[in-house]
Every structure is written in structure tokens, then in C-alpha cells.
Design a protein around this ligand. Structure first.
Ligand code: NAD
Ligand code: DAU
Length: 339
């Protein structure tokens, strides 16, 4: 079995590569990644010498490079994690989101149609459903919830999902789509809430909470997401969408306080700053379908996962110190200096 994993040098993709190499010693995993600011070869250093692993630096929008790779490795399965993934960056500059998330997905699927494939899996997001009101804790996203996006990021992911479904119906491409809630865990780029707050707290820097901090996300430990995708590509039904997540809803401000308390840092580092434009209030997944069809449930409780994650950032300072010493400083100043 040969699997092309796109975006495997990023947060979730790299965790998926580790999971698959560990669990399936007979599989060949080929990681295709452009190495944007979010991709990091040092994340993959422990698998670079694994004979079942190969890294290829390429852009999913580069048709020639993609076709050549498919011709050469003849993948059975493609799992597409490659994307521009940060909502704030999409608000600042949408165009690269449209290019990578929509055109890149189409290019990959064209290659799948040309070369034949057992499964194309699209890693999507719960953000395609928009948001839920904070005063209706009885409401959850199901696979039947209408698409209703808020940001250029979520709109680009929703557009890709529609294309994936169109390729299934029109060309018979065997596809599946998963829509996951917020992940956290090792190798999470420190532009996102949890790693940004851990890194800032460790450096005694202000902790910038958008708006009131009352927004709710449904947090999933990254390993649980990887296990769900593993199940979907092996046992999921072609043409289906699976929501992944479940009942780990937390307010942003409560997470930031847990990080302060765990690291022994004062809560007065917290600084309320200007809200995100179009800020989604609440995400919450109903995972009934993936539970009943594929027997998946999250295994890691938030209380344990957040402690493991904080410990990982304490134990792997080199990984994130290298990131924040580079171009990241320009990003941080642009996004936060006048907020
Ligand atoms: P990430 O930003 O950490 O990693 C993205 C990876 O894709 C990087 O390695 C980057 O170099 C690569 N990439 C970007 N553009 C590329 C291109 N044109 N060609 C090839 N590679 C390219 O993202 P992540 O948080 O790991 O998210 C992975 C996927 O999961 C995304 O599709 C995202 O929409 C989805 N998702 C993320 C979350 C979350 O909480 N992080 C939740 C649900 C779904
Ligand atoms: O729900 C899945 C999505 O989760 C994925 O599709 C996205 O790729 C991923 O980035 C994530 O999107 P969010 O916008 O929810 O994640 P982020 O970590 O950027 O923000 C989480 C919450 O924290 C959100 O309400 C905004 C808030 N926030 C974020 C940052 C970076 C702050 O208050 N301060 C910050 O500095």
C-alpha cells in the first residue's frame, strides 16, 4: 500500500505520518509538501531515514510536479492535508487560500483521475458549517448541517469540499471527506491559540485573547484525529462525509487560564485585544455517524491532552524557538502590535 500524504510537514499531517508508519510497517508513505512557513522539515527528522518514508518538496498546485510524482509512486491512497490553515492570515490575504485550498485540491484530484486511485481523502474542517450560538448548547454540527462559511479560510475549504463531491459524482472518483474540530498537540505551529499562549507564557509575554474570550471551540487531541482518518480511509464509505470531534467544548479564556496555571505564570499576562473580524462564536461536533459506523470515539480527555501538550512544548524548546526566531517575528508584529 502506497499513500501520498500532502502537507505532511505541518501539524496534523506530520502526526498522521508518524501514526501510519508506526501502525503499518508494510506501508510506503510519501509526503508531498511545499514547505511554506507552516511546514517544517525538522518535524520529520525522526522518520527521514525510515526506508518506508519519502519526502518530496512540491506544491500541490504544480500540475507537472504532481503528475510526475503520481506516475512514479503510483499511490493507492491520497490523503490531502496540504492547505493554508490559519483564519487570521486568510482575513489578511485571502488569495493564497483560494489558490492552495481550492486549485491545489482540484489538481490533486485530476492526478487521481488520470492515474487511478483506490481512495482520495480530503481533510476538511468543521468551520465549513459556520458557527453555533453560544446560548444554544443543545445544537451541534452534523453531516447534514448546511454549509455556511464565515472567513476566506472556511470558504476556501468549503469550496474544496464541493469540488471533491463533484469529482465523485461526475468522474466516479472514490472520495471521502472528514470535517474535524480544533486539534491540539505536538508540532502545532505557534500562530494558533494553544501553542501561541504556551510559547508567550514561557517567554513572559502578553497573552492576546480576542474579544471577550467567551468563544467556544471543540478541542480534539491530534492523535485522535489521525486515528479517525486511518479508520475512514480503510473502512469509510466512498462518497461520504464524516464529522470528527466531540464534546470537548472549552471557552478560549478558560484554556488560557489553564495554560497560565500549569506553567505557574500570572493570569495578569492575559490581555484582551481587538476581536477577530467575523469571529465564529461556537463550534461543536456531533460525532454520532463516525461512532456508529466506524466505532471511533475520542480517547484523550482534554484535561490529559493539554498537560501532555504543555509538557511537549517544555521538552521541545528548540523546535519552537527556531520558528519564533525567524520570519514569525514579522508576522507577530503585523498581527498583534496594534491590536
Ligand atoms: P498546517 O498549517 O500546520 O500545515 C499545512 C501544511 O501544508 C504545511 O506543511 C505546509 O507546508 C503545507 N502546504 C501548504 N500549502 C501547500 C501547497 N500549496 N502544496 C503543498 N504543501 C502545502 O495545517 P494543519 O493545522 O496541520 O491542518 C492540516 C489540514 O487539516 C488542513 O487542511 C486544515 O484545513 C485541516 N484542519 C485543521 C484543523 C486544526 O485544528 N488545525 C482542524 C480541522 C481541519
Ligand atoms: O475548527 C477547526 C479549525 O480550527 C481549523 O480548520 C483551522 O485550520 C484551525 O486553525 C482552527 O481554527 P480557529 O480559528 O478556531 O483556531 P485558532 O487557534 O486560530 O483560534 C482558536 C480561538 O482562539 C478562536 O476563537 C480565536 C482565538 N484566538 C486565537 C489566537 C491565535 C485568540 O483569542 N487569540 C489568539 O492569539
Amino acid at each position: 500500500m502506497t499513500i501520498i500524504v500532502t502537507g505532511g510537514a505541518g501539524f496534523i499531517g506530520s502526526n498522521f505520518v508518524f501514526h501510519m508508519l508506526n501502525k503499518y510497517p508494510d506501508y510506503r508513505i510519501v509526503c508531498l509538501d511545499k514547505l511554506t512557513y507552516a511546514g517544517n522539515l525538522s518535524t520529520l527528522k525522526n522518520v527521514m531515514n525510515n526506508p518506508n518514508f519519502r519526502f518530496v518538496k512540491a506544491d500541490i498546485c504544480d500540475r507537472k510536479a504532481v503528475y510526475t510524482l503520481f506516475e512514479e509512486v503510483k499511490p493507492d491512497i491520497v490523503v490531502n492535508f496540504a492547505a493554508e490553515s490559519h483564519v487570521d492570515r486568510s482575513i489578511d490575504n485571502p488569495s493564497v487560500f483560494l489558490e492552495t485550498n481550492i486549485m491545489g485540491t482540484a489538481t490533486l484530484m485530476d492526478a487521481c483521475c488520470k492515474h487511478g486511485i483506490k481512495r482520495y481523502h480530503q481533510v476538511s474542517t468543521d468551520e465549513v458549517y459556520g458557527d453555533l450560538p453560544i446560548d444554544r448548547p443543545d445544537l451541534f454540527f452534523t453531516e447534514k448541517t448546511p454549509i455556511h462559511t464565515s472567513s476566506p479560510y472556511s470558504s476556501s475549504k468549503a469550496s474544496a469540499d464541493l469540488l471533491v463531491q463533484a469529482y465523485n459524482r461526475t468522474y466516479g472518483l472514490p472520495v471521502t471527506i472528514s470535517r474535524c474540530s480544533n486539534n491540539y498537540g505536538p508540532y502545532h505551529f505557534p500562530e494558533k491559540l494553544i501553542p501561541l499562549m504556551i510559547v508567550n507564557a514561557l517567554n513572559d509575554k502578553p497573552l492576546p485573547v480576542y474579544g471577550t474570550g467567551e468563544n467556544i471551540r471543540d478541542w480534539l487531541y491530534v492523535e485522535d484525529h489521525c486515528k479517525a482518518i486511518d479508520l475512514i480511509i480503510h473502512k469509510g464509505k466512498v462518497g461520504e462525509v464524516y464529522n470528527i470531534g466531540g464534546h470537548n467544548e472549552m471557552k478560549n479564556i478558560d484554556i488560557v487560564k489553564i495554560i497560565c496555571n500549569t506553567l505557574g505564570k500570572p493570569e495578569d499576562l492575559i490581555k484582551y485585544v481587538e476581536d477577530r473580524k467575523g469571529h465564529d462564536m461556537r463550534y461543536a461536533i456531533d460525532p454520532t455517524k463516525i461512532h456508529s459506523e466506524l466505532d471511533w470515539l475520542p480517547e484523550t480527555k482534554f484535561a490529559d491532552g493539554i498537560q501532555k501538550t504543555i509538557q511537549w512544548y517544555l521538552d521541545n524548546r528548540e523546535w519552537w524557538e527556531e520558528i519564533i526566531s525567524g520570519e514569525y517575528q514579522n508576522y507577530y508584529n503585523k498581527m498583534y502590535a496594534n491590536r
